[in-house]
Design a protein. Structure first.
Length: 341
């Protein structure tokens, strides 16, 4: 870290320390994101930096280590993401460190103390304090955004969520389904609203009037989806197919169908979302919208390298295309004839 010339006069760290009434060591810790300083002290230092025009850069070697932070230790998405991270970093000979934010209140302190060259955070949402600390530390960071809510000021790699919802519903309308239920995740999430929009668009495209009675919003887990499926199948307007918010919800719907003696796909078709590793080995193998997690992880490392080499106040936002993977859990509705070619 060093002072740079502002105007005609170089502002030194000692000036910042004197204005903030702290030691130069404290200033260094704040600007490099190291643990120790209290939030109030950090704010004093950053106020002094703004007042003096002091400039610094955090030395972050292009080929140093990358810290990856997962929001949840048990997420089914972690395995394909790790494969993507490892493939790129191994080829470049760069080390990878992994931490988990859930259950570890000190994860951010530990990440910054390790002083990686950059970080990829698989976090939703990104807490304001985390955003502030990463910005103060000058640590190149990319958010790997699987649900579409990355802060506007941060670099992010995501996926085309609206397209995913449309692909799932279009597949079912193409098979001849008219009563297509939607079991989605919480609608306060950007990804769920986007997928909902794609679903509605596909129904309208097929001249199907959306039916609110066929729509449920539950947690991204199998059991809530199982209960929601039972409730929908109890209704007089029984759906012939389901679009779900993720593969876990799809597994819950398939379980509910089995409990009622309904066959998938002969009686009910089910489409998932994500294409986790278990989707291809489930019974039946799950038709699902594939988020390209390995490719997203690899691309986030490339974006991290780009923003490290060429820092810019304008954040990078890259949305990668999703695709439909057709397997055995979908078919024409009963009485509609044979499966299309």
């Amino acid at each position: 870290m060093n002072g740079r010339t502002t105007g005609r006069t170089a502002v030194r760290m000692t000036t910042v320390a004197e204005l903030a009434n702290v030691s130069q060591s404290a200033v260094s810790k704040v600007l490099n994101g190291r643990p120790g300083p209290s939030p109030a002290l950090r704010q004093r230092v950053m106020d002094a930096v703004a007042a003096t025009g002091y400039q610094w850069h955090r030395r972050a070697p292009r080929h140093g280590s990358v810290g990856v932070v997962f929001g949840s230790v048990g997420s089914a998405l972690n395995a394909p993401l790790l494969r993507g991270f490892s493939a790129v970093l191994r080829a470049a000979g760069r080390p990878l460190t992994v931490s988990h934010a859930d259950g570890d209140p000190d994860w951010l302190e530990q990440l910054l103390a390790h002083r990686p060259a950059g970080a990829v955070c698989v976090l939703s949402p990104v807490p304001p304090e985390v955003r502030r600390r990463l910005a103060e530390a000058g640590l190149p960071t990319v958010i790997l955004d699987t649900i579409g809510d990355a802060p506007a000021e941060m670099n992010a790699v995501g996926a085309t969520q609206w397209r995913g919802g449309a692909l799932a519903a279009q597949h079912l309308t193409g098979l001849g389904h008219r009563r297509i239920a939607l079991i989605t995740g919480p609608l306060d999430l950007v990804c769920c609203r986007a997928r909902f929009g794609g679903y509605l668009s596909a129904l309208r495209e097929a001249n199907i009037r959306p039916d609110r009675a066929l729509i449920r919003s539950v947690r991204f887990q199998a059991e809530p989806a199982r209960r929601a499926a039972h409730a929908l199948l109890d209704d007089c307007r029984t759906p012939t197919s389901f679009v779900t918010g993720n593969d876990l919800q799809a597994f819950g719907v398939i379980e509910a169908c089995a409990e009622r003696g309904l066959r998938v796909p002969e009686d009910v078709s089910v489409v998932g979302f994500d294409d986790v590793d278990a989707a291809r080995s489930s019974a039946p193998a799950l038709t699902t919208v594939r988020q390209p997690f390995e490719e997203m992880a690899a691309e986030s490392i490339r974006v991290l390298g780009a923003v490290t080499d060429n820092p810019s106040p304008d954040p990078v936002r890259l949305d990668m295309s999703v695709d439909l993977v057709v397997r055995k859990s979908t078919g024409p509705p009963a009485g509609h004839g044979g499966r299309p070619e």
